[in-house]
Ligand binder design. Sequence first.
Ligand code: NAP
Length: 241
Amino acid sequence: MGRVNDTKTALVTGANKGIGYAVAAGLGALGFTVAVGARDDARRAEAVGRLRTAGVDAFGVALDVTSEDSAAEAAATVERTAGRLDVLVNNAGISGRYDGGAQDPTTLDLDVLRTVLDTNVFGVVRVTNAMLPLLRRAPAPRIVNMSSNMGSLTLATGPVLAAYAPSKTMLNSITTQYARRLADTNVIVNAACPGWVATDFTNFAGPRTPEQGAAIALRLATLPDDGPRGGFFDDNGIVPW
Ligand code: NAP
């Protein structure tokens, strides 16, 4: 059995860098124990060390979202280490390669599409379903799926990326399916758009900092019990589907 823990625990996937790291730091500053989900041992250890130096109660969780076994082991690690899980932020995501027309719809590389869906969509389902038994035991569970306004069919914004953008459209759709299924429970599920953020993902081209990108996820992770469910939000409010 893990130690009895009165402190709320949050798991962030892809927490070793970028927006995920900023979400982990932000939740830590709010008093959460933070489970740092990351697939690479060295990068995970470095992030846990940095968070602890910043005063965050953090521990590492080996997690590759493309593996069902890894998701199951991650749930066992969280249970063993913290004994509880209150918040899940599904942040891990990839753009997929786009060289040579790989994400031009007219020449779309279906292997790239499969790879992107496996991380950005199936990964969220794997991790969420592995963590739900733990989350359901928490008094006010919250799930935040890191989406993108590039997945908005209404906005149709950003570069043409025919694997990445549809992956976020599907993630939004799956988010609403979870919210409907969990409507009569205390588990609140929403999708977040961080805006255009300077990270490895964007070759540091975006104007926003990772901390600014993390802000909407922090809000959705700490919603009150009567907060919105099954929505898509950024700093300015509702993002159109
Ligand atoms: P990033 O700096 O590239 O970080 C992505 C994170 O996801 C890394 O920690 C990466 O781990 C992890 N990851 C990738 N595949 C994984 C896997 N199979 N298992 C576990 N972890 C995995 O990107 P970011 O900009 O912070 O993006 C974070 C999220 O925000 C993504 O979902 C992205 O789609 C979304 N988003 C970003 C922007 C933006 O402008 N940056 C805009 C809209 C939405 P490794 O270090 O091991 O690769």
